[in-house]
Design a binder for this molecule. Structure first.
Ligand code: NAD
Length: 306
């Protein structure tokens, strides 16, 4: 029999937990012994309005099933208030799931500053504010687990989602740096690009596909990553949904290396362009140091062949 992952005595904050993926995380952690802060602003998927109902319904559901939960209705833009709810009610925070999100889809040509700014505020500033407020507690107790939520739209681009794509790829850079800064304090951060049926996707996917993409099927990966037993997967990028889990990483062509002197011209580059784009012998860089090594090699080279 497989051992159940438990989160007894841990405090888990899930943002945007009033529906979709956030609700699936919150009810899961509530059923595995955690005390859950169910945050949700309760607005529309375009970020309009607010209501206490979304969070309240999930809190009731967790309590009815015998779990412990408390609601918070603040926008993630005021992340410190969400973390305060955890501290005031439960005295600590162990896990932060940055999940809240909205869409303002529109072609780039027609995008307004308001469409851009609101997406940045909710996704980028929101994830920052929540993590920033949790960080001192994580450092002090030498324990913390963070999940940030990216999207395939951010990794690959998506028509009509320029604002959302930019905000979602920002989650990757944010996570990579949190992972590096948190490692020595046992603060582990990972970023997921999920796919799941929710009000965000219900209008763009056919019913049979939605049926195969239950939000509950994103939960197991998140549970594994934020569990105390995970001490090695830090700063990783994951694609998850419909029973599929995969890890993503950067790939770099082996590249063209020329001596950086007056012989290093556009025509010299063009002459060997195939080397720039050749992925037959790829590298998998994980930090700027890899690139610095290349630069050092270039400085040691003789005059470039033209
Ligand atoms: P959803 O709309 O069901 O859930 C998002 C929740 O966030 C909502 O309950 C909403 O009220 C809440 N929210 C919005 N703005 C908020 C704010 N400022 N403060 C607090 N709460 C706020 O959508 P979902 O599909 O469950 O999305 C969850 C996350 O996953 C989002 O970050 C989304 O961008 C991301 N995502 C989802 C998919 C997918 O296929 N569903 C794909 C890629 C990424």
């Amino acid at each position: 029999m497989t051992e159940q992952l438990r989160f007894d005595d841990q405090v888990v904050v899930v943002t945007g937990a009033g529906g979709g993926l956030g609700k699936a995380y919150a009810t899961f952690f509530g059923s595995r012994g955690a005390k859950v802060v169910v945050n949700d602003l309760g607005g529309s998927f375009k970020g309009e309005g607010n209501s206490t109902k979304a969070a309240d319904v999930v809190v009731e559901e967790i309590k009815k099933a015998g779990g412990q939960a408390v609601a918070n209705y603040d926008s993630v833009e005021n992340g410190e208030k969400i973390i305060e709810t955890a501290i005031q009610n439960y005295g600590r925070i162990d896990v932060l799931i940055n999940n809240a999100g909205i869409l303002r889809d529109i072609s780039f040509k027609n995008m307004s500053d308001a469409d851009w700014d609101l997406i940045m505020k909710v996704h980028v500033k929101g994830a920052y504010k929540c993590a920033r407020a949790a960080w001192p507690y994580f450092r002090k107790q030498k324990y913390g687990r963070v999940i940030n939520t990216a999207s395939a739209a951010g990794l690959f681009g998506s028509f009509g989602q320029c604002n959302y794509s930019a905000a979602k790829l920002a989650q990757v850079g944010f996570t990579e740096t949190l992972a590096k800064e948190g490692a020595k304090y046992n603060i582990i951060s990972n970023v997921i690009a999920p796919i799941a049926a929710s009000r965000m996707t219900e209008t763009v996917m056919p019913p049979d596909v939605l049926q195969a993409l239950k939000p509950e099927w994103v939960v197991p990966l998140v549970a594994v990553l934020v569990h105390k037993s995970n001490t090695t997967e830090n700063g990783s990028i994951w694609e998850v949904g419909g029973g599929h889990i995969a890890k993503l990483r950067w790939e770099r062509s082996s590249g063209l290396l020329l001596k950086a002197d007056e012989s290093y011209t556009a025509s010299a580059v063009l002459k060997q362009w195939n080397k720039v784009t050749d992925f037959s012998n790829p590298q998998y860089p994980s930090g700027p140091n890899d690139f610095m090594t290349l630069l050092e090699e270039s400085m040691k080279m003789g005059p470039s062949e033209q």
